[in-house]
Design a protein. Structure first.
Length: 688
């Protein structure tokens, strides 16, 4: 809906933030003479409350950036040089369609789409593109790079990505903020946590890094990366031996209690303390608080599941609320993601029927380096990839083991099309670089993984130059392919309406307010009713056991456990820099000036042992590669762990690398996800 005008040529337009963040804020754009002059949070949207994060408050700067791509470009230099010449849309799309058609005629699975959450929108992220690649018969992409370990863990335990409603954290008396720097990455949850704290709640941060959030909590448990499962099992041990259990809830609403009890009793605090690298007393105190405080809530986030045992760890944490009956209260329980509660009609959006019975292979995006360099296991026994179409992602910067990713994209025989707003690291390798619209310039509709409102985004201004929406590009390619199915004629606004069944959401509210709240219970599992096969919280998963996996959660040591290598004695995690969101916003001048330059945070003891002074240039390295950056001797790093803040564009690094030069393509126990925080390195001082 467009709000009433304030002057003859000034009006406001309601929208939604598109970025990979649980907050999914409502936006209000003020437009004057066709130009966006102001962007603010939608005060009428309760989850936004008129407040935007530092990053998105600079969105107009990003939208009007002088380096925005505004016309189609064709490569004229070598792959990776980033040299292009302008071409017309017709010329670019005709050639792209012809080359994809030629590849598909021989082997359609040699074509691979690569996309993720550069926009979380259902239209620009997963509608016409999915229809296009399904009709083509291209390889499917396993979109694993962020959340699949934790997401599958919740599926096997609670039945899906379900949990508490975010606003009820304000009423909790104890909040465990587990694997999250909420101040930087979940600002609107942090408002509820602060409200709870003002009302007397205790806040505990569980994170290897002493983040900005940890600074504001009552306690910080700085465990070693990849040891969250051990901590959760030790908490269970203490709940059992002190009988801080809700026996009635366990008996009526859980499966596998006897088996879980036996396993948890193998994890006394002393054992977990040795594994986690934290004091025994800290574990005992946390267990006492969690076992005796009502209501208690856990805000779990995805940082803790980016290690080998991340799925098991998330399963263990997800078992805790049922043990103490926390689900009985609307302010008790757990939230990792709310996305499973949205009735998205993906069959209508994606149209898998266009595959017409074909079953293409599925390639894992977290192994794109191996995929593009021809690793037979990564290729799932199929042909080499001959063409890749990248949109809503910057894999050369964000995917693990980036030297191998860059080598794959540098193949001269790989036909690469990139849809982008800026000339990113990945864009430098494109054969065709197509200018994409921003959120202020196109239609979209959004669910959220942090709250339970559907959000509608209307275009506020005309596209910059010749920029076009993702859906428009795939619609035009389909037309050039000669496909005449009616679904390829759906425009972007029509796709918004197809994302949800009309009866599933309040369309009148969505059109009027820009958001519509799902009708959900306040305490969803107060009487059980989990969306699992049993209808109960499944401590023991028969579905996992049927796959030959452990039906119970356990602690699985990292692929690269801390202290296991004399050559690479430091564990490295790579949490996002506060003013970036993955590799988005890195090129926004005001935000980059706040971050300064690529940094690795190192504890004073580890720095002293290596003769590293604060501000020194260092080489961070392991067998996969090396990355030079500035060292910050910091209390935010615990001993034995360094924090490589990401994700900078490689081209902005001192030596054309970023922290993903060091991360591996090994996968998690569940969900086939990446293990970014399961990484050993050494650090040494180098000449500036």
């Amino acid at each position: 809906m467009t709000a009433p005008t304030t002057t003859p040529d000034t009006h406001t337009v309601l929208g939604a933030c598109p970025h990979d963040c649980p907050d999914t804020c409502g936006l209000v754009t003020t437009v004057q003479g066709g130009v966006a002059i102001k962007l603010q949070g939608n005060a009428a949207h309760r989850h936004t409350g008129g407040v935007l994060c530092t990053k998105v408050s600079r969105y107009l700067e990003r939208n009007a950036h002088p380096e925005r791509l505004t016309q189609p470009l064709r490569r004229v230099g070598r792959k990776g040089e980033g040299r292009f010449e302008p071409v017309s849309w017709d010329e670019a799309l005709d050639d792209i369609a012809a080359r994809l058609t030629a590849i598909a005629a021989d082997q359609p699975q040699a074509i691979l789409p690569y996309s993720y959450a550069g926009t979380m929108g259902l239209v620009q992220g997963e509608s016409m593109d999915r229809r296009f690649f399904h009709k083509l018969g291209a390889s499917l992409l396993d979109r694993t790079i962020c959340s699949t370990a934790g997401g599958e863990a919740l599926g096997y335990t609670l039945g899906g990505k379900v949990g508490m409603r975010i606003e009820h954290f304000a009423e909790s008396k104890l909040i465990l903020i587990w694997g999250s720097n909420a101040i930087a990455s979940n600002l609107h949850f942090w408002r509820h946590a602060q409200a709870a704290k003002r009302a007397g709640a205790r806040l505990v941060c569980i994170d290897p890094r002493r983040s900005e959030t940890a600074d504001k909590c009552d306690d910080h448990i700085a465990l070693l990366p990849g040891t969250d499962g051990a901590l959760a099992l030790a908490l269970m041990h203490e709940l059992i031996v002190h009988d801080w259990l809700d026996h009635d809830y366990i008996a009526r609403h859980t499966v596998g209690w006897d088996q879980l009890r036996e396993r948890a009793l193998q994890w006394p605090p002393e054992r977990a303390a040795a594994v986690c690298g934290v004091p025994v007393a800290q574990i005992e105190a946390l267990a006492r608080d969690y076992g005796t405080t009502r209501p208690a809530a856990i805000r779990l986030n995805y940082g803790m599941q980016r290690v080998r045992g991340g799925g098991n760890a998330a399963r263990a944490v997800a078992c805790l609320p049922a043990l103490v009956g926390a689900w009985r209260h609307r302010a008790g329980g757990l939230l990792l993601s709310a996305s499973g509660q949205f009735p998205v009609d993906r069959a209508t959006l994606h149209r898998p029927d266009l595959l017409a019975g074909r079953q293409p292979r599925t390639l894992n995006m977290s192994r794109i380096g191996d995929v593009l360099t021809g690793d037979a296991t990564a290729l799932a026994g199929g042909p080499a990839v001959k063409a890749v179409v990248v949109y809503n992602s910057n894999p050369v910067a964000v995917a693990p083991e980036s030297a191998k990713v860059a080598a794959g994209f540098a193949r001269e025989d790989l036909f690469t099309v990139v849809l982008e707003q800026f000339q990113t690291d990945t864009a430098d390798y494109a054969d065709y670089l197509l200018p994409a619209t921003t959120q202020l310039e196109h239609w979209d509709i959004h669910f959220s993984y942090g709250h339970t409102d559907v959000m509608l985004n209307r275009p506020a201004v005309a596209p910059r130059g010749q920029a076009r929406s993702n859906a428009w590009v795939f619609r035009e390619l389909a037309r050039r392919m000669g496909w005449d199915e009616p679904c390829f004629a759906d425009d972007d606004e029509a796709l918004c309406r197809q994302a949800f069944r009309p009866e599933a959401i309040d369309w009148a509210a969505l059109e009027r307010d820009g958001f519509a709240t799902l009708p959900l219970p306040e305490a969803p599992f107060a009487e059980g009713g989990f969306p699992t096969p049993s209808g109960k919280c499944e401590f023991f998963s028969a579905r996992l056991a049927a796959q030959g996996l452990d039906g119970l959660p356990d602690h699985l040591p990292n692929h690269e456990p801390a202290g296991s290598s004399a050559d690479y004695p430091l564990a490295m995690i790579s949490p996002p820099a506060r003013n970036f969101l993955n590799s988005t916003f890195v090129n926004v001048t005001s935000l980059r000036s706040m971050e300064g330059e690529p940094l690795v945070e190192i504890h004073a003891d580890d720095a002293a042992a290596r003769g590293i002074a604060d501000g020194a240039m260092v080489r961070v390295f392991n067998a996969r590669g090396e990355h030079r950056c500035r060292a910050e001797v910091s209390r935010r790093a615990r001993p034995g762990v360094v924090n490589g803040l990401g994700i900078w564009w490689r081209k902005l690094g001192v030596d054309g690398t970023n922290v993903n030069e060091l991360t591996s393509q090994r996968l998690t126990d569940l969900g086939r996800g990446p293990t970014f925080y399961d990484c050993l390195v050494q650090v040494e001082a180098v000449a500036a």
